[in-house]
Design a protein around this ligand. Structure first.
Ligand SMILES: [Zn+2]
Length: 832
């Protein structure tokens, strides 16, 4: 008998080993300490090696060379047919060819930790994967029979590691639960964003960042029906799950809203049973289209945000109510909520699939916007716009005939006649991504509630500074997949190269030329050279300026590959305008660029400037912490970039900047950085142009305050709203002759994200300003709307040998304002 027991014991021992280890069994510190990213990967590798219900797919790499991964979790039978399941879904919505086998499954995508310093995301991802795979869990096994889960444990591995490594580096043996401890005070710039301090949860539609670009390729290959975006928020807040808050974008469908309610009720039951606090349909709205909930929603999915209190919570923290919140608590809450999302999706699988397909099938009936076709007039900027459309899988074509049409004109906000011409870009709504196209092109977004906490306007024609029309009907014209380029002008000899200044590729090429010490001139006036029309800002590279280049033509040919719209000029003699040797073609100075970082600077705004320099134009930049300004030899540089921030420079540091400018330096100061110069003797920057205007503003404020005395308690939160702008597009009149405006178009539409404003400056060139009567798109509080008239948006002041460029709005905001990128390039390269 004894022998028998031994056998039995061995048998059970073996069986226990065959079970899957939970994260707590695999990682000794799990739930007590933030896991290192490589350990997260190790755990998932372990799961892949020990379960037949999970597959790994690496989909890319971060800026810091960490791997981006998703895991497909489903029944072993489904995983064998994973490709057919994917193809069936794509085919059913018109985005892919017919699969060999038709297999319908619910497709649920779970994204964790898009914000790096919200680590309960990735931590809970391990636990959720385990729960789904646990051989002893019969419920999840059942769900996975009809559901494929695509689990991305960490959307932002660089940010997650940044935060986790920091927390490890400062943590004592035991967690310190006092919020005064440094464990709860992450230093600048923090791990929320990615390597370039970009918020990846604002980047879904624009795909400026590498993580998003790579993920969206996979996303569009799958097109999930449900997307769950897992976050953390202020550590004192109770848990948040759907339904979301108003304002919800008009285009969120009834079936999507119904699913929010279903999932909300299911999740509430689980939380009620545990006695956990939660809230729904408050705070987190569904409007701005570039979040992890809205973007999937505009792609037919049920897009959802889940939030656990936890930012700054470290390993454990005492909350305001006296309770201690541990990392394990945060994992438990996320696990319960997200598992319920999978459960609900499985339970509602048939409905989910039906609704998802109807969303795409009935697109033409479902469309809510006024317009069915968008036409972008042919210009040098359309290539960048086409790249964005391609990244979003929005189909487009180019006109191949001429036709007289009438449509809504974006630049004037009016109906107007125009002529469609060959090479104009056309985006129609008779396509699977019709609704997304409408969201991105809609000139007037309908806002159901003005209290949105993000930008409320983003129409692509304004962002790209292109001349565009929206048409009410579908357009039946001859089209072609690519624009036809006119051939180059013939030439016998190279006197100079001509490069149009029309977008980021122009700036990128100029950056390359500067780096290679090739001398470049920029036109200040229009001119004509045997058919080649030169506009202000366009670049000219004279052979005569570059005598050191013995093989001028060969060298230039290599550089010019990236800018195929260049031309060769045979003679410096102008048919009209000035000759190439004249004063209309100043030599451009090679920028030697400094960029400040540190506590005084907004990390995301710093990141946008850094990303612009490093990635968009690929040009050297020296970054220093502002507190070290005393030890930086400013005179070795000629350009200083001051991003938005909360600057508190002392007088001696301000004097350093004064003498940098006086000695020939150029300062580009953005938004909050303007306070360094405001009302400073010798600078023209001041909020009011005269005492009378200052008094007028004071009395307006006074009467508003008097009126506010009658507001009741409930409207208290809304009383400030009349002077608020969270993000609106505003028309600017521009001085087209000024180098800061070259290539921008007839007007500039600026994205205004703060109420800061200055009246037109005396003693400076007000290069862009908001006119008395101006067009605006998106929400602006009514009293602010009046005050913004006749205020300046960009100005250039000459001082001593140098210059200061005031940017009241940040043209680099989130990197997606393409005309803003060009404006910044003008500031960097052409203004001198
Ligand atoms: Zn977040």
């Amino acid at each position: 008998m004894k022998y028998f027991y031994t056998i039995l014991f061995l048998y059970f021992g073996f069986s226990l080993n065959a079970q899957l280890k939970s994260p707590a069994e695999f990682l000794p510190g799990y739930g007590k300490q933030v896991t290192y990213y490589h350990q997260v990967e190790n755990y998932f590798n372990y799961l892949v090696q020990n379960s037949t219900s999970i597959q790994h797919k690496a989909y890319g790499q971060t800026n810091e060379e960490r791997s981006l991964n998703v895991y497909y979790i489903s029944s072993p039978e489904n995983l064998k047919e994973i490709e057919s399941i994917r193809q069936t879904n794509l085919y059913s919505i018109g985005m892919g060819p017919k699969p060999e086998a038709v297999i319908d499954r619910a497709i649920v995508w779970l994204s964790f930790n898009v914000h790096g310093n919200e680590p309960a995301g990735t931590e809970s991802a391990m636990n959720i994967a385990f729960e789904l795979l646990n051989p002893l869990n019969n419920a999840t096994k059942e769900w996975l029979k009809n559901t494929v889960v695509i689990l991305d444990p960490c959307v932002n591995p660089d940010g997650f590691s940044h935060y986790g490594n920091w927390l490890r580096s400062i943590g004592g043996r035991e967690p310190n639960i006092s919020t005064a401890d440094r464990e709860h005070m992450e230093p600048w710039p923090g791990g929320r964003e990615n390597h370039y301090a970009y918020d990846l949860n604002r980047d879904w539609a624009w795909q400026v960042q590498a993580e998003t670009q790579q993920r969206m390729v996979l996303y569009n290959e799958w097109m999930p029906m449900v997307h769950v975006d897992v976050h953390e928020m202020n550590l004192n807040e109770p848990y948040f799950f759907p339904p979301p808050a108003e304002p919800m974008h008009d285009y969120i469908t009834k079936t999507q809203k119904d699913f929010y309610s279903t999932i909300g009720e299911m999740t509430a039951k689980k939380f009620d049973a545990k006695g956990w606090s939660y809230f729904t349909h408050e705070v987190y709205d569904l409007f701005y289209p570039s979040y992890g909930d809205t973007y999937p929603s505009f792609n037919g999915a049920v897009g959802m945000t889940y939030e656990q209190g936890g930012i700054g919570a470290g390993r454990a923290v005492q909350m305001r109510n006296g309770n201690v919140l541990t990392l394990q608590d945060r994992i438990d809450h996320h696990t319960a909520a997200v598992i319920t999302a999978v459960e609900t999706s499985s339970w509602q699988k048939d409905k989910l699939i039906k609704n998802f397909r109807a969303y795409f099938k009935d697109t033409r009936q479902n469309l809510k916007g006024d317009y069915r076709t968008y036409v972008i007039k042919h210009n040098g900027k359309n290539e960048e716009l086409a790249k964005l459309l391609e990244a979003n899988k929005i189909k487009y074509a180019y006109a191949d005939e001429t036709k007289k049409l009438t449509g809504y004109h974006y630049q004037t906000d009016k109906q107007s006649d125009f002529t469609l011409e060959p090479n104009d870009l056309i985006i129609g709504t008779n396509q699977p991504k019709a609704l997304l196209a409408q969201v991105l092109f809609e000139p007037h977004q309908h806002l159901s509630d003005s209290l949105s906490y993000d930008i409320t306007a983003w129409a692509l024609p304004h962002a790209y500074g292109v001349d565009a029309y929206a048409l009410k009907g579908e357009l039946a014209v001859k089209t072609k997949p690519l624009p036809a380029y006119k051939g180059k002008f013939e030439y016998e000899r190279v006197y100079a190269y001509y490069i149009p200044w029309n977008g980021r590729e122009s700036a990128k090429l100029l950056a390359q030329l500067h780096k290679n010490k090739i001398k470049v001139r920029s036109a200040r006036k229009a001119a004509l050279y045997r058919g080649i029309k030169v506009s202000p800002g366009d670049l000219v590279i004279l052979k005569g300026d570059n005598p050191n280049l013995t093989d001028f033509k060969e060298v230039m040919t290599v550089f010019l590959q990236q800018k195929p719209d260049f031309e060769v000029i045979e003679s410096g003699f102008a048919v009209s305008g000035s000759d190439l040797g004249g004063e209309s073609y100043p030599l451009l100075e090679e920028p030697k660029v400094l960029l400040v970082s540190g506590e005084d600077v907004s990390s995301t705004d710093f990141g946008q400037a850094w990303f612009y320099m490093d990635e968009i134009i690929d040009y050297p930049v020296t970054i220093f912490d502002l507190k070290n300004i005393g030890s930086v030899k400013l005179s070795e540089y000629n350009t200083l970039i001051l991003p938005d921030g909360w600057y508190s420079l002392d007088e001696s540091d301000k004097l350093r900047i004064d003498s940098f400018i006086a000695g020939g330096g150029k300062v580009i100061a953005m938004a909050g950085a303007l306070n360094i110069f405001e009302d400073r003797p010798g600078y023209s920057l001041t909020k009011f142009a005269s005492e009378a205007e200052r008094d007028a503003a004071k009395s307006t404020k006074e009467s508003e305050d008097l009126e506010a005395r009658y507001y009741n308690y409930e409207s208290f939160a809304r009383r400030g709203i009349s002077s608020v702008v969270t993000g609106a597009i505003i028309e600017n009149t521009i001085d087209k002759t000024h180098p800061l405006n070259y290539g921008l178009g007839d007007k500039y539409f600026s994205l205004k994200i703060s109420d800061a404003h200055y009246q037109l400056l005396k003693g400076a060139a007000n290069t862009a300003y908001i006119p008395q009567r101006y067009l605006s798109f998106g929400f602006i509080g009514h009293s602010l709307k009046k005050r913004l008239a006749n205020t300046v948006t960009f100005a250039v002041e000459d001082k001593g040998q140098g210059q200061i460029i005031y940017m009241i709005d940040n043209p680099l905001f989130r990197g997606f304002w393409e005309n803003g990128n060009l404006l910044f390039s003008n500031a960097l390269f052409l203004v001198n």
